[in-house]
Ligand binder design. Structure first.
Ligand code: HT7
Ligand code: ZN
Length: 851
């Protein structure tokens, strides 16, 4: 399990010009023939990667290669005396039917309902055949796929060249696909399945007619319209906002229910987890449907940021992921209220990325070493990576950012590049942009502290800001980063903005002055969350309450409510100011912007609160404090809930932003009403369930009934199961609502895991119980809770190590627990270390236990 280091990067010795693949799927195994035309570009051996592949034949320039001319060891096939240009032909045998890791070529489904599908990023192609499986080797692929006719759909990247029956095998057929774009092996894909297709078209800004196809099971095809529309919207959005048009004649999406992550951007042939592509009002909540659109956009945007311009090596993963997340967030902000989009993005960052950066798994956005790259598909690389791009975009301003991205596409199209290349293109209008490289290199969340001083004699306000980042073990001592701090001054008397400025803090401490300020203003800092930092400003609660009323942007209003809530929960501040401010704001906002009103009632989850506590974290105490504040809000606004619930009657389904907002607020109000003990609230929940026009209403009611153990909730759970028993994704919701319930016990979790319909081969189902269960830290961090959780990791360690390692990473902050829980958790992790063998889990465990 050796470490790979960024500093050891070497260009590959050989380029691959063309690859001809012939993949024949049989019952029990597959044969893969490949022909690689290669050219030397640097000194050194010819190195091919291969894992779980059995070499059947190998020829070099038409001659069988003698066994002494190559060696096979440690997942590599090495030919030492290769000529400068050569043609290598290989045949290997693989076993997709027993591939439970869901990497490479695997069979998904069971019984008569199976399909073959690939997942090659980051290093899955080497499980299909021997190949220089690294992102800086770009080649032109032609793929022939052959299978039994029970799999009528045969797909691969690019354009369909030919299809037909196999001579002398009446039950078999084939298709040949050619991809004209140079691509790395991680973007290869093929599918053999029995699927229906939804077809549509898009004419690009360059006049190309593109056929758009979404493939899904026949019973799911009516749930593909939302995704299709999102694809069309994304295509237009990228043309308008980045000048990027699609470059092939076909764009295909395939839905598969067994998938490790959300989706994969294979060139021209995206493969999607069903949870991230299927959507219908009856079966999909608004939040999930919104996620479907965002993931469709994300994968589409990769066509330029990732596929046309790819990463030189996996250390540069944030180059494609951070930039593409920023692009999908910007797209989503244009589809709904940009304030609510920013709230969602920042809430995710704070709950997950800040916790990662504060714990033993902290790493730079561009890491410098890894054992297993699969362990680095993290929220730091994705979400913090996106925040860095956002800072770059805001610092440059829209016009110069567009000039910079145009330059990036112009310079590097068709290449595999680095973060430095990206910054160099963006800096054509401002060389200081390159200083942001420090953000990519340095782990840890900076703490931004500050205070203000007002001098009435000179009418000057000075704001002193300072930054501090913890020194993460194993990395250089932190240096000051360029931190853009969006700032506005509010006049206390009128509540209006008197000055607005982006302060650029690029030293450890700096003072910024504002002249001609006639009275001491209220300062609003870090507006729109202009940098991924923890803000620690010398505010009075009254200042925050003032900003809650007067801030002009919805995100900033939410941000101040979160500061108030955190002060109450983590610093024991009085809740009075917060409750008064909510009472003042809510009634009007509920009418003018119900979605924002719903979000202003956010109280951080137990997990999010835990991430802000660095020692002696007591899950029971935190839960009590959170529940107490929740009850105080519910009680203090008790009169409001009945008024609001009646103001928000169930309506005919609509997907307008207004309807979405009302549904979100109605569910929050229902929850508050139940907490406040309003006697009719149980009835409201039952009626909402019975008369629901869509899943947001039905599931919101069910969740409330389950959490508050409303009379009859078991009957409603049974009804829900029965109504949706044929829909795996809805049944996932059914599992998760129980596994995350307020009163869940470890026995309940065990019962769910032992059900016949709990499928250990489907990551979505495992997550629907195991990940949902982490919502209840008081149960998770017990001996019985950890027995269950670590036993699932152990079980998955061999079958699906990518999933096992991701589940493990959730336990990373065990060391913050109060005793005796801390020791108990440590014992569980130590015991787990003796029972696992995948390098994925072992690398994560070593970091987690090193804390
Ligand atoms: N680029 C993809 C990352 C990925 C992945 C996707 C599905 C299954 C396994 C995977 N490993 C890595 C997804 C994305 O960011 O778009
Ligand atoms: Zn991505």
């Amino acid at each position: 399990n050796s470490k790979i280091n960024l500093k050891d990067y070497k260009k590959p010795s050989f380029d691959v010009e063309t690859v001809d693949l012939d993949i024949k799927l049989f019952a029990g195994y597959a044969l893969v023939d490949s022909k690689l035309v290669m050219q030397r570009q640097a000194a050194g051996d010819l190195v091919l990667n291969g894992e779980d592949v059995e070499l059947m034949a190998i020829t070099l320039d038409g001659e069988t290669l003698a066994t002494e001319r190559y060696k096979q060891a440690d997942g590599k096939l090495i030919i030492s005396d290769a000529p400068d240009t050569l043609t290598l032909e290989l045949q290997v045998r693989i076993h997709p039917q027993t591939n439970t890791a869901l990497e490479g070529l695997y069979m998904a489904g069971s019984g008569s309902d199976t399909m073959f599908v690939t997942q090659c990023e980051p290093e899955g192609f080497r499980k299909i055949t021997f190949y220089p499986d690294r992102p800086d080797v770009l080649a032109i692929f032609t793929t022939r796929l052959e299978a039994d006719k029970r799999y009528p759909t045969l797909l691969s990247n690019g354009n369909l060249v030919e299809e037909g029956d196999v001579t002398d095998a009446p039950d078999r057929h084939y298709a040949i696909w050619h991809d004209p774009t140079n691509k790395p092996s991680y973007l290869f894909a093929c599918v053999a399945a029995d699927l229906d297709v939804l077809t549509d078209y898009h004419t690009t800004s360059e006049g190309r007619e593109v056929t758009l196809e979404v493939f899904a099971k026949s019973t799911d095809i009516d749930k593909c319209h939302v995704g299709m529309q999102a694809l069309k919207d994304s295509m237009v959005w990228d043309e308008v906002n980045y000048g990027r048009a699609y470059d092939l004649d076909r764009y295909m999406i395939v839905a598969v229910s067994q998938f490790n992550m959300g989706a994969m951007e294979n060139k021209g042939l995206n493969i999607f987890n069903t949870a991230c592509v299927l959507s219908s009002p009856e079966t999909t909540t608004d939040a999930r449907s919104f996620n479907v659109k965002a993931v469709i956009a994300h994968e589409y945007f990769h066509n330029w940021t990732g596929n046309r311009i790819t990463c030189r090596d996996w250390f540069q993963l944030c180059l494609k992921e951070g930039l593409t997340v920023f692009r999908d967030q910007s797209f989503s902000a244009d589809q709904q209220s940009s304030a609510v989009q920013r709230i969602d993005d920042v809430a995710t960052l704070r709950a997950h990325q800040f916790a990662e950066d504060a714990g033993p798994l902290a790493h730079p956005v561009r890491p410098e070493s890894f054992v297993e790259i699969n362990n680095f598909y993290t929220t730091t690389i994705y979400e913090k990576g996106a925040e860095i791009v956002r800072m770059l975009a805001n610092t440059l301003g829209p016009d110069n950012f567009r000039r910079g991205t145009d330059e990036y596409f112009r310079r590097y199209d068709g290449q595999a590049v680095t973060v430095e290349d990206f910054l160099s293109a963006l800096s054509i209008t401002d060389s200081k942009i390159e200083e942001f490289i420090a953000w990519y290199r340095q782990p840890g969340t900076p703490i931004l502290s500050g205070h203000q001083h007002y001098d009435s004699a000179t009418q000057t306000l000075t704001i002193t800001l300072s930054q501090q980042t913890r020194h993460v073990a194993g990395f250089d001592a932190p240096i000051p980063l360029p931190i853009p701090v969006a700032t506005a001054l509010f006049d206390k008397a009128t509540g209006t903005i008197i000055a607005e400025r982006m302060l650029m803090l690029d030293q450890a401490q700096q003072t910024f002055s504002f002249d001609n300020v006639s009275s001491e203003p209220v300062v609003s800092l870090l507006r729109d969350f202009s940098a991924p930092v923890q803000l620690n400003y010398d505010y009075q609660d009254e200042d925050l309450a003032f900003l809650l009323t007067h801030e002009t942007n919805g995100f900033n209003r939410w941000q101040v409510t979160q500061m108030l809530v955190n002060r109450i929960l983590l610093q024991s501040n009085d809740s009075k100011v917060y409750l008064q401010a909510l009472a003042k704001t809510l009634p009007t906002l509920a009418v003018t912007d119900p979605m924002l009103a719903a979000r202003l009632l956010d109280i951080p989850s137990a997990q999010e609160l835990a991430s802000a506590i660095h020692q002696n974290y007591d899950p029971v105490l935190i839960k009590q404090q959170r529940d107490r504040l929740y009850s105080q809000v519910a009680e203090s606004l008790k009169d409001q809930w009945t008024i609001l619930y009646n103001q928000l009657p169930l309506e005919v389904y609509s997907d307008s932003p207004e309807a979405l907002g009302k549904r979100a607020l109605r569910n929050v109000v229902l929850d508050m009403a139940l907490t406040a003990g309003i006697s009719e609230a149980g009835k409201w929940a039952q009626q909402q369930y019975d008369n629901a026009s869509c899943m947001t209403e039905r599931f919101g009611a069910l969740k409330a009934m389950v959490n508050y153990q409303v009379t009859g909730s078991d009957d409603y759970l049974a009804d829900f199961y029965q109504r949706f028993q044929d829909d795996e994704l809805v049944i996932d919701l059914w599992f998760s609502v129980q596994a995350s319930a307020e009163h869940v016990t470890t026995d309940d979790i065990q019962t769910l895991l032992e059900r016949d319909d709990f499928d250990w081969n489907t990551p979505n189902r495992i997550r629907s119980v195991i990940s949902a269960f982490t919502a209840q830290p008081t149960v998770l961090w017990t001996p019985e809770g950890l027995d269950i959780y670590t036993s699932v990791i152990k079980k998955m360690d061999e079958a699906n190590p990518v999933l096992a390692s991701r589940l493990l990473q959730v336990l990373a902050r065990w060391y913050t627990l109060v005793e005796p829980r801390r020791h108990m958790a440590q014992d569980h992790l130590n015991a787990l270390q003796q029972q696992v063998s995948s390098k994925h889990v072992l690398e994560s465990l070593a970091s987690v236990l090193g804390a």
